[in-house]
Design a protein around this ligand. Structure first.
Ligand code: FE2
Length: 290
């Protein structure tokens, strides 16, 4: 039994107001709920997809993975429990807060809280309206997008996500940072999106290196490129593996967000390969973070 998609993400941030401005005015998400300490954002027919909560550190706080139905949730719960993982069940208050029918919580091997859930809230009665005029975000069967998980032990992490959550390897890129430094990036899928998750060991303290939104058109990405001009870290380019045309920008928390279009789909005939470069063209690193 596999998770079907990345459904939502939550971040702890030191500046909720800055994130609010960034996600609405720069990226084009719709803010649906806010107070001094937290805010929720949507980008499609779901009630929400991104949560930010005030905290002492800036990082990914939790990731929500969706399963097909309640029996799939039960099956995955049993699998995790019988393998000895500590699984929290029956937290109806949290399920209500996340606006899902039911969920479980389990930490991945390096302490990222994962919420596996069924029955998210759909609100077609309130159509998503982007404040910046983004024509749409590509979600549906492919879920919210992707994130790059930064961990000290790749094998242990890959084993967890493939064995217990049902992810499959798409490919790997051995990225050269210098003559003697090569960092392998491992890309995994759980639906047609080329990667919902990537795993790497980066010399940084955060749980993630970046996360990604896919937009409905190249023009959407182009307009976002101009809006985010001062935040750009990596210029427009095309990735070697998922063929996404994208750019990267710094969020108010120091890690990056990728905005892209045109990612290719993996199917059952997909063959695992490797690459030497992350990009076919472009993606010039123009600003170092930190
Ligand atoms: Fe990415």
């Amino acid at each position: 039994m596999s998770v079907q998609s990345l459904g939502y993400m939550g971040f702890t941030v030191t500046d909720v107001a800055a994130w609010s401005t960034f996600l609405t005015n720069k990226i084009g998400l719709e803010q649906v709920e806010t107070n001094d300490d937290s805010a929720l954002f949507r980008l499609d027919s779901r009630a929400w997809r991104i949560a930010v909560e005030k905290g002492k550190n800036d990082d990914l706080a939790f990731a929500g993975f969706e399963v097909a139905n309640l029996s799939a949730l039960e099956e995955i719960t049993e699998k995790l429990k019988s393998a000895g993982f500590e699984v929290e069940t029956g937290n109806t208050e949290l399920a209500k807060k996340r606006r899902v029918v039911d969920l479980i919580r389990v930490n991945d091997p390096f302490g990222l809280p994962l919420e596996i859930y069924s029955g998210p809230t759909e609100v077609p009665e309130a159509p998503f309206v982007s404040p910046t005029g983004v024509s749409g975000f590509l979600t549906g069967d492919q879920g919210l997008g992707h994130f790059i998980r930064n961990v000290p032990d790749i094998e242990k992490t890959l084993e967890f996500y493939t064995t217990y959550l049902g992810f499959k390897l798409s490919d790997r890129i051995d990225m050269k940072f210098g003559p003697d430094i090569t960092v392998p990036l491992h890309f995994l899928h759980c639906n047609g999106r080329h990667h919902t998750l990537a795993v790497a060991s980066m010399p940084m303290p955060l749980r993630i290196q970046h996360f990604m939104f896919e937009m409905d058109s190249l023009d959407d990405v182009g307009y976002a490129y101009d809006r985010l001009d001062e935040n750009i870290t990596v210029t427009l380019g095309k990735h070697s593996n998922d063929h996404m045309i994208s750019f990267y920008a710094e969020t108010p928390s120091g890690f990056e967000v990728e905005c892209g279009w045109g990612g290719r789909i993996v199917d059952e005939n997909w063959t695992y390969v490797r690459h030497d470069k992350i990009s076919a063209w472009g993606h010039k690193f123009v600003r170092k973070l930190g």
